[in-house]
Design a protein around this ligand. Structure first.
Ligand SMILES: [Zn+2]
Length: 147
């Protein structure tokens, strides 16, 4: 876990900021373009279908622009508060790993597949694969066949 590698998801602080700026600029341009196209009168003001289609496409363009703005803003924030995100990433990941490990052990215990600490429990041998399963188990923990 090299937390001071100077990169997040393979992106450096500088490139994250650059991507954020580019995305935000593109987003603003798209947003302005959608507003501009809304302001532009259609060839026939009384053609409501064409007007509706134009509004729909403008709305879609504005939506894409806003998404780009949001993503760009997020990238900018990541580039600016990278020490914090790096800390979270390096601190959270082992915790998540520990959590999944504990869950896995819990599952193992639940299925009776953990041989440690289960010496006193009577085992039954699976007729299919020969795996020693707890007496009260319904299915084999190894091959899944009913016991
Ligand atoms: Zn089996």
């Amino acid at each position: 876990m090299g937390s001071d590698g100077g990169s997040l998801f393979g992106l450096g602080r500088g490139s994250l900021t650059a991507i954020g700026v580019i995305l935000m600029v593109v987003g603003i341009i798209l947003f302005l373009a959608s507003i501009a196209s809304l302001m532009t009168p259609t060839s026939n003001q009384f053609d409501f279908a064409a007007r509706q289609a134009q509004m729909n496409s403008s709305f879609a363009t504005a939506l894409v622009g806003m998404v780009l703005l949001a993503v760009g803003f997020g990238a900018l924030k990541l580039g600016m508060i990278r020490p914090v995100t790096t800390y979270v990433a390096s601190e959270a990941s082992p915790a998540i790993e520990r959590l999944s490990e504990a869950a896995g052990q819990g599952l193992e215990r639940g299925f009776g597949a953990n041989p440690l600490g289960r010496e006193s429990v009577v085992k039954v041998k699976c007729r299919n694969c020969g795996y020693l399963e707890n007496e009260d188990a319904i299915y084999c923990g190894k091959c899944g066949k009913p016991l």
